[in-house]
Write a protein that binds this ligand. Structure first.
Ligand SMILES: [Zn+2]
Length: 91
């Protein structure tokens, strides 16, 4: 019997393909790494935006909220994009 995913020859009674199961473990780490990478890039973009905003505006109450929210929002977005991208590459 051949594995439908990787085409590797596996025993007919095998529930899981040993090759795919083995790859899955490393890919799980890769997905996490993708998320960390995406999050880091997102955070860097957020901080860059905040730096630009602070160059134009004084740190007033409304600006303070933006300065706090923007890096969190870009970090989260980057994290999700990184995770999804890594997961897609895995398949
Ligand atoms: Zn396989």
């Amino acid at each position: 019997m051949k594995c439908s995913k990787c085409g590797e020859e596996v025993p007919a009674d095998a529930i899981y393909c040993p090759r795919c199961t083995g790859e899955r473990e490393t890919s799980d780490a890769e997905v996490k790494l993708g998320g960390v990478k995406g999050g880091t890039i997102g955070l860097a973009i957020g901080l860059a935006i905040v730096t630009v905003i602070l160059n134009y505006y004084d740190l007033e109450r409304g600006i303070k909220a933006i300065v706090l929210i923007v890096p969190v929002a870009t970090f989260t977005t980057g994290l999700i994009i990184g995770l999804v991208k890594a997961k897609r590459e895995w398949k």
